[in-house]
Design a protein around this ligand. Structure first.
Ligand SMILES: [Cu+2]
Length: 198
C-alpha cells in the first residue's frame, strides 16, 4: 500500500514538473502533452473501504445537498495538520455531481492557521499550491495566509456546486501543509454515489 502510494506520488511529481506548475504551457514544443493539460491532473484514489455516512456528513437527496463539518487539527496526527484526523489521502469523500456542497471548516489547531479548498490535483502538491479552486466558491478566504486564513478557534463555511464529475482533492492551502499531507481525496460521482470511505 505504501509502496504503491509512493509510486503514485513520484509519477504525479514528474507530471507536475513536466507541466511546469500552474500555468498552461504556451510553448509549442510540448506537442502531445498539450491535450492532456485540459483534463484535471488528478489520479483516482486507491481502493478503500465501504461507503459510510459519518455523523459529520449529511446528505439530502431531495434538496440535492451535502453538508459536512471538517475539523482541521481534529487530532494531533501530523502535528495537527489533518482534516478530521486524516492525512495523505487516507480518506475519500464522494458527493454526487450537480449537488450543492456546504463545508464548514473548524480550526481546532491550537496555534496554526489552516484553510480548505477543492483542488483539481491529487496526491502531490507543491509547497505553495496555487489557490485556484476546482469549483467557484470552493475555497476558504485568504487561504495561503499565515495570519488571515481560518485561525485557531475560528470556523468558516463555504458553499459550492459540484458541476463536474471527476477526481479531486480537499487540501489545505497554507504553505507546506498539503505537501506534508494535509489533504484527502474528494470525488464527484456521475452515478449518484455519496459517502465517506477510509
Ligand atoms: Cu493546514
Amino acid at each position: 500500500m505504501k509502496k504503491i502510494f509512493t509510486l503514485v506520488s513520484v509519477l504525479a511529481s514528474t507530471a507536475l514538473i513536466a507541466c511546469g506548475g500552474g500555468e498552461p504551457a504556451q510553448t509549442s514544443d510540448s506537442a502531445g502533452s498539450a491535450g492532456a493539460m485540459a483534463a484535471p491532473a488528478a489520479a483516482p484514489p486507491p481502493a478503500m473501504g465501504e461507503m459510510t455516512m459519518p455523523s459529520w456528513f449529511q446528505v439530502d437527496n431531495e434538496a440535492r445537498t451535502v453538508s459536512m463539518t471538517i475539523t482541521a487539527g481534529s487530532t494531533t496526527e501530523n502535528n495537527y495538520w489533518n482534516f478530521n484526523g486524516v492525512t495523505k489521502g487516507a480518506m475519500t469523500i464522494t458527493v454526487p455531481e450537480g449537488y450543492t456542497v456546504t463545508v464548514e471548516l473548524v480550526n481546532n489547531d491550537p496555534i496554526m492557521a489552516h484553510s480548505l479548498g477543492i483542488s483539481t490535483e491529487t496526491s502531490s502538491f507543491s509547497g505553495v499550491p496555487e489557490p485556484v479552486p476546482a469549483f467557484p466558491g470552493a475555497i476558504t478566504e485568504n487561504p495561503t495566509s499565515m495570519v488571515d486564513a481560518t485561525m485557531p478557534g475560528e470556523t468558516e463555511s463555504i458553499q459550492f456546486i459540484v458541476n463536474q464529475a471527476g477526481n479531486y482533492s480537499m487540501i489545505c492551502y497554507t504553505p507546506g501543509h498539503a505537501l506534508t499531507g494535509m489533504w484527502v481525496y474528494f470525488n464527484v460521482s456521475a452515478d449518484g454515489s455519496v459517502g465517506v470511505q477510509q
